[in-house]
Structures are given as structure tokens and as C-alpha cells.
Design a protein around this ligand. Structure first.
Ligand code: IPE
Ligand code: IPE
Ligand code: MG
Length: 224
């Protein structure tokens, strides 16, 4: 049975779900947040140490302003209402990506990270304004500036995921088989699950099924 330390998720399909059932993409984002809460509970139940959620990519700025505004508003309210509860559950929140949002959201994100910094039951990495290519470029710049040798180990020290083990599992919901610039370096040996269901429709049961399947996989890492 494979040990399971880190699950990463590309939470895709909110917009399509919202349009189909509520005639509004934003309603899909709202419903998607419910799935986030469900999956956090299930992650705790399964004693998984790291959960990385892709919430907003560097490319998502190309979306209509109204949708972007709705998404960040949703996140703001979530943090305001839930950060104490996350803290009580011994959850640490870390943001991957650069915090270039409204001053209010930037402050709220930093506050949430600081408040939960010492927690160690579950670390939730929220990828927000995150892009893997940008992360790699920034890492190479820092290596160069510090005149470090370019090696796997040195590069990893400059990634935003420094101190976070690579994902064991990558899940993408929403019936699309692509990575959309997510953790390209870190998923070199992750087990990848493409899920047909749209994110708001994804359930604890679906998550559990993936975990069970993952545990049985023969992971080789190049060996036989
Ligand atoms: C959620 O799904 C991902 C985010 C950027 C928040 P989408 O909003 O991409 O949903 P679809 O793919 O358009 O259905
Ligand atoms: C990936 O979903 C980003 C997030 C889930 C936050 P997208 O919906 O933005 O990906 P593409 O554009 O369809 O590849
Ligand atoms: Mg999408």
C-alpha cells in the first residue's frame, strides 16, 4: 500500500456546472466552494498532511472582470468566516503564487498565513495567481543571483513549494486532460487522475475511490 502524504487538485468545471444547473457561471464557483469544504474534511479524515488546491491561475486574469471579482469576493468571505475554524482544526494555510490582489485580500491572506503558521495537522496550499512557468523562471533568477549551481536540489529550494513534498496524487476534475500550467516540476512522478465530473459535483466518495485506487498502484520511480 502506497503511503499518501500530498494530494493536489485542479478544481475545474465550476463554470460549466453553474451554467448547466443555475444559468450562471458564478453560481458554479459558489457551489465549488462547498466541494472544497467537503474535500478538506475528507482529507483530515484520511490523515493526509498536504492538500494543494488550484484556485486561480496566472492565465485566469484573462477572464471577465466580473467573474474575477466574484471569485475573490468568495475567497474573502470564506477566509473571514472560516479562518478561525481552520485554525482550531490545526490546519496551516499557505498561499502559492504572488499576492497581487486588492489590498484587503492581500492583507487577509497574509493574516491567515501568519495565524495558522504553526499548525501541523494538515497544510492547505492554495494556489492563487499561480503559474508553474513563472515559478520556475523566478527560481532560476534567484539561483543565478545567488550564484548557486543549477541542480535539482538547488532549484527546489527556490520553488514556492520548498519544504512541501511532491504530490503523490494529482486530480483534475471537469473532464479535461491537461495540466494548465500547474506544478509542472513537482508532478514529475505523481499519479494522475482525470475525473469526468465537474468540480461542484465531485464528492467525498469520488475522492475516497481515487485514494483507494492510488494505494494499489505500483509506483516505480524508474525502478522495476
Ligand atoms: C474553476 O472552474 C476553475 C477556476 C478558475 C476557478 P472553471 O471556472 O474553469 O470552470 P469551467 O472549466 O469553465 O467549467
Ligand atoms: C485551471 O483551470 C485553473 C484552475 C483550476 C484554477 P482553467 O479552466 O483555467 O484551465 P484551462 O484554461 O481550461 O486550461
Ligand atoms: Mg475551466
Amino acid at each position: 500500500m502506497n503511503p499518501l502524504t500530498h494530494v493536489a487538485i485542479i478544481m475545474d468545471g465550476n463554470g460549466r456546472w453553474g451554467l448547466k444547473y443555475k444559468n450562471s457561471r458564478n453560481a458554479g464557483h459558489k457551489a465549488g466552494l462547498k466541494t472544497v469544504e467537503k474535500i478538506i474534511r475528507e482529507t483530515l479524515k484520511n490523515k493526509i498532511r498536504f492538500l494543494t488546491l488550484f484556485a486561480f491561475s496566472t492565465e485566469n486574469w484573462k477572464r471577465p472582470k466580473k467573474e474575477i471579482h466574484y471569485l475573490f469576493n468568495l475567497l474573502e468571505n470564506f477566509l473571514i468566516n472560516r479562518i478561525d475554524e481552520l485554525h482550531k482544526k490545526n490546519i496551516k494555510l499557505k498561499i502559492l503564487g504572488s499576492k497581487r490582489f486588492s489590498p484587503k485580500l492581500n492583507k487577509l491572506l497574509s493574516y491567515s498565513e501568519k495565524k495558522t503558521f504553526g499548525n501541523n495537522k494538515l497544510q492547505i496550499n492554495l494556489a492563487l495567481n499561480y503559474g508553474s512557468k513563472l515559478e520556475l523562471i523566478e527560481a532560476f533568477k534567484k539561483i543565478n543571483r545567488n550564484k548557486n549551481k543549477i541542480s535539482e536540489q538547488n532549484l527546489e529550494r527556490y520553488l514556492q513549494t520548498k519544504d512541501i513534498p511532491d504530490p503523490d496524487i494529482l486530480i483534475r476534475t471537469g473532464n479535461t486532460k491537461r495540466l494548465s500550467n500547474f506544478l509542472l516540476w513537482q508532478i514529475a512522478y505523481s499519479e494522475i487522475f482525470f475525473e469526468k465530473k465537474l468540480w461542484p459535483a465531485f464528492t467525498e466518495k469520488d475522492f475516497k475511490k481515487i485514494i483507494i485506487e492510488y494505494k494499489k498502484i505500483k509506483r516505480n520511480f524508474g525502478k522495476i
